[in-house]
Design a protein around this ligand. Sequence first.
Ligand SMILES: NC(=O)c1ccc[n+]([C@@H]2O[C@H](COP(=O)([O-])OP(=O)(O)OC[C@H]3O[C@@H](n4cnc5c(N)ncnc54)[C@H](O)[C@@H]3O)[C@@H](O)[C@H]2O)c1
Length: 335
Amino acid sequence: MKILITGGAGFIGSATAKKLMDRGDKVVLIDNFNNYYDPRLKEARIKKFLKGYKFTPTPKRRGRGGKSLVWGFKLYRGDIRDHKLLEKIFKKEKLDKVVHLAALAGVRNSLLDPKSYADVNIMGSINLLEMAAKYKIKNFVFASSSSVYGNNKKQPFSENDSVDTPISPYAASKKADELLAHVYHHIYGLNITALRYFTVYGPWGRPDMALFLFADGIMKGKPIKVFNRGKMSRNFSYIDDIVSGTITVLDKCKGYGIMNIGGDKEETLMRYIEVLEDNLGKKAKKKLMPMQPGDVPSTVADIKKLRKLGWKPKTRIEEGIKNFVEWYKDYYKIK
Ligand SMILES: NC(=O)c1ccc[n+]([C@@H]2O[C@H](COP(=O)([O-])OP(=O)(O)OC[C@H]3O[C@@H](n4cnc5c(N)ncnc54)[C@H](O)[C@@H]3O)[C@@H](O)[C@H]2O)c1
């Protein structure tokens, strides 16, 4: 199989690429390496995390990669809003499937720059759906988000719950993607699944997310902001489980569908911090803060639908955070 991963230098994208290559798939990545968070981490995911996999340079960067003809991955540095570039990629690469993960992520940031979120997350997704329909892609799996559930009172969140009242531009953009996906399924018969990811964490993770911010604060002896005074809970989802679930859907799902994908244990934010403190060997200075606009106190996933495909999350936060801290210390050379 030859699979396009958009957002391939991102947290989930790079880990998905690795797993697919491990089993022998050919992977094409596109990413614009934007500076929403430190792009050096995105570069490092390509150069270090994916080190050892055969790398074919794209035309612009010819000469910088290996010369081998053996396929591993190919990287396009570019924007999913660039329709011409996408047309070129789809025409040339003869892709079988697409994992569409490129997006502006981050609930809080979307309140500051809602237009960019609409532009990238909605217009960018339309570009990809257009290409997928035109080039008869066999399966299209894309990242939606648990944030579409907004302030849903019923727990756990089920795919059957109404999600018509998002509370951030980010959530609204993901809901819009789910609606558009249905259009492309209905009109062009695309097989397409929206994956509603629930708070993903782990090695090579995102510096704008809580675990990373907490680790930075604790190591620097700075206070960490604990929102809603710590009265928060999440189905924290370990990256390896998220990747295996994403690939399960890519392999097995047909038609149109929406799937929750997340850990199976509700953990409080305070427990999450405690496990992090234990692994870093240092106590946090907690600054208790009120709830942030756009954020939700609790997200718990009903994952029965994805379980029926034979997938189950395996990693507890005790193991996942340990792995994160090992990576974090190694990457930032912290003794
Ligand atoms: N990590 C989570 O907890 C989580 C939860 C819910 C949903 N999601 C969704 O999953 C997907 C992947 O998330 P992630 O955590 O890996 O985030 P990430 O920011 O690490 O990865 C996204 C990648 O997309 C790239 N990108 C952004 N705009 C682009 C554009 N216009 N053209 C090309 N590339 C572009 C970025 O440079 C980045 O490398 C996103 O769609 C996100 O909204 C993530």
